[in-house]
Design a protein. Sequence first.
Length: 360
Amino acid sequence: MTATDFVIVNALGQLDNPNTPAALAAAAQLNPAGGELSVDARAIAEAHASGLTAVNITLGYTMGDLPPYEHTLDEIAVWDGILDAHPDDLLKVRTAADIRRAHHERRIGVIYGFQNAVAVGEDPALVDSRVAGFAAAGVRVVQLTYNQANHLGDGSMATANRGLTPFGRRVVDALNDHRLMVDLSHSGENTCLDAARHSRQPVSVNHTGCRALADLPRNKTDEELRLVAERGGFVGIYFMPFLDPGGHATAADVVDHIVHAVDVCGEDHVGIGTDGGTTAVDDLGTYRAALAEHVAARRAAGVGAAGERADTYPFVVDLRGVDQFRDLARLLEKRGFRSERIEKILGRNFLDYADRVWSA
């Protein structure tokens, strides 16, 4: 089997064309609008060409001044419209069986996910109904925090490093009750450890790196990685600058972090969550100018992460575009990974994790 015969699941990624005028304009903003204008024919065609089976996309409130609950409902509606407009190419994922169906039918499974859970509100009495509503709308992944602190716990850049709050525990309970994935990407260390211990279901860190290799807050310690795996969870390694302390990560760094994560977690609990798409940026010079503005806005708003700089791309330059999964498979093979282990890394481990969490 070749890499594109495998089920390939990007545990956190994008499904857009970053080269459209709307996407380039959004790249310079702190609060870009929904992605409907850049989910175009090229983005879909190149997702197919890459061999991608399914991707967890980010929708709803993440940061900024928009009303979290209302904005999240609006973006769910936007993505429902995108999927309705492309029924032959895109499939809304509610179960692990839908990922298998997408693979069989050569469609792209779209997993609805949050990168901040504040849309549940602050009223404990509303938590269950809000989570139930999101689940009914097709949301399947809920990340508890972004980089900053919220009322559930601390993000990776919150210096207090609090653990999970009582409200956060209530939210985790509701996510467990409705069988949604509890994603601990971006969380502070104590929040991650507390949530992994408190959750009745296995938890995930869908896009991260290993702090043992690059000591930056967005990466997870071995203790965090090990606990997530021991409880049946999933760890996705991203293709991000945080894989290198200097901010200029390469494909070799991605492989190094995957190898380390497998050593810590075991080969059944590690995958990929690239935090990027399958359509590459065509004009890196123009993109770099927009990126500098975006990084500055994030820093001013207090939502940036250590390691973000105007000269660091939010992707790995030599591991992007339609060949990224095939290239990764070849690099892993050179590191001695057999075909079965590569298949697990590219998607089967996420699929097995989805079976454990989403199944009734």
